[in-house]
Design a binder for this molecule. Structure first.
Ligand SMILES: Nc1nc2c(c(=O)[nH]1)N[C@H]1C(S)=C(S)[C@@H](COP(=O)(O)O)O[C@H]1N2
Ligand SMILES: [Mo]
Length: 214
């Protein structure tokens, strides 16, 4: 599938999930669900650089630029104008904890993708956060129907610890690919490595193949 087809099919699946009560039912924990070398946590550890940027909602902006036809400068209010979806997914941190059944809610990445109209040469995405954290992903990995710009966790607004007011959630990859305190989304033709990717962590970050280090 090309990116256009991926995004269209994700949009369709988001709509189906919403019709089916908003999100998929919680699954039984099973060994196959836990990636190799991970252990299950019932808490919710906090992992970041230790900087907790407090941005007032009226000052908050999310810039979407780079190789796009339609550059966006979203305010909190305009982000709220996008349809909000719920989704339940598992979360895997490279430091070996995994948390099952995280119920996130927010704006599907594909909605922003569609609005920004990336140019055909855009193949990578670079995320910058309010704490100066950065991470990068191939665009194709962001067009699944579990990738969200999350504003809520378990029905409540995100706490500052977990990336308020808005964070990325990319459940299929190690959680360092999910930028908290989101400030900017940049579409690029060439890949550009982020904070951990330039510090010997894997660029592909697949938990199920223990793809931890480059
Ligand atoms: N802005 C920002 N996002 C970040 C990080 C960070 O330091 N800064 N750490 C990453 C890492 S390593 C992990 S495991 C997850 C942790 O998310 P949590 O603190 O909500 O558990 O956030 C990721 N996103
Ligand atoms: Mo992490």
């Amino acid at each position: 599938m090309n990116n256009e087809e991926k995004s269209n099919s994700a949009k369709q699946r988001w709509a189906e999930k919403r019709r089916a009560a908003g999100f998929r039912p919680r699954e039984e924990p099973s060994p196959a669900r836990l990636p190799p070398g991970q252990h299950l946590t019932r808490g919710f550890p906090v992992l970041d650089l230790g900087i907790k940027p407090e941005v007032a909602l009226e000052d908050w902006r999310l810039t979407v630029d780079g190789l796009v036809g339609n550059r966006l400068e979203l305010t909190w209010e305009t982000l709220g104008g996008f349809p909000r979806h719920d989704d339940i997914s598992d979360f895997h941190c490279v430091t070996t904890w995994s948390k099952f059944d995280c119920r996130w809610s927010g704006v599907p990445f594909v909605a922003i993708y569609e609005w920004a109209q990336p140019l055909p040469e855009a193949r990578f995405v670079f995320f910058t956060s309010y704490d100066e954290y950065t991470t990068n992903l191939p665009l194709g990995k962001l067009l699944d129907d579990d990738v969200l710009i999350a504003t809520h966790f378990e029905g409540r607004p995100l706490t500052l610890d977990h990336g308020a007011p808005a964070r990325m959630v990319v459940p299929k990859l190690y959680a360092w690919k999910s930028a908290k305190f989101l400030r900017k989304i940049e579409f690029l033709a060439e890949d550009r490595l982020g904070y951990w990717e330039t510090r010997s962590f894997s660029n592909t970050a697949d938990p199920f193949t223990e793809d931890r280090y480059a």
